[in-house]
Design a protein around this ligand. Structure first.
Ligand code: SF4
Ligand code: SF4
Length: 190
């Protein structure tokens, strides 16, 4: 009998269930001949839908997301946008099966192994970005007017920050000069 942690799936050579092609993965016990055997790739990330970026704030969020390691953004073939975090599910066993099979989230249960990138042979995304530079390149090429607006706005933000920083530096210098005219606490008699 199989165990929830999939310990004995190596022993199985059962035929791949057909039943309309629906096989809920990862199984407790994977047939050794199944293409998912030893894979578990679909349990190594989460992806959450985000808005199609149109405003300066949206592009700035993309800049923020993509500045983080192991975070990417992609656009699927329907034109929907997703943020993806590469992170392994704690329930994935060493045998690359689900350790909470009966109790797993519905999203996992709904996932179709036939439509996955590996088994379908088709890329899951139309565009994929790992870094802000990749996104900017796409933005410049696909939405040039939007990219121009973004650059202008970004430059304004940058100049404002530089002015603020310049003002702070001057105020700090003036404050330090003022301190230099007076005896310091440590040099004052107790
Ligand atoms: S559905 Fe795809 S990604 Fe998931 S285990 Fe099977 S082959 Fe791997
Ligand atoms: S709960 Fe199970 S099926 Fe869902 S991601 Fe984790 S290991 Fe995979």
């Amino acid at each position: 009998m199989s165990k929830p942690n999939g310990e004995d799936h190596e022993q199985s050579n059962a035929a791949i269930p057909t039943g309309g092609g629906k096989l809920e993965l990862p199984l407790i016990q994977l047939p050794g001949s199944h293409p998912c055997h030893g894979c578990g790739d679909c349990c190594r990330y989460i992806a959450i839908e985000i808005d199609n970026p149109t405003s300066y704030a949206d592009h700035d969020h993309l800049y923020w997301y993509l500045s983080h390691r192991d975070v990417s953004v992609y656009v699927d073939w329907e034109g929907d946008w997703f943020i993806e975090f590469k992170t392994v599910c704690e329930n994935l066993t060493e045998q690359m099966t689900c350790g909470v099979y009966e109790d797993r989230p519905q999203l996992c249960s709904d996932f179709s192994w036939e439509e996955c990138e590996k088994n379908s042979g088709e890329s899951a995304w139309k565009y994929h970005f790992d870094t802000p530079e990749q996104y900017n390149e796409w933005h410049r090429e696909k939405r040039p007017r939007s990219f121009e607006r973004y650059l202008k706005q970004h430059e304004k933000v940058k100049q404002r920050r530089l002015r603020v920083r310049g003002g702070e530096t001057r105020r700090s210098a003036i404050a330090n000069e003022g301190k230099g005219d007076q005896p310091s606490q440590s040099s004052s008699p107790a």
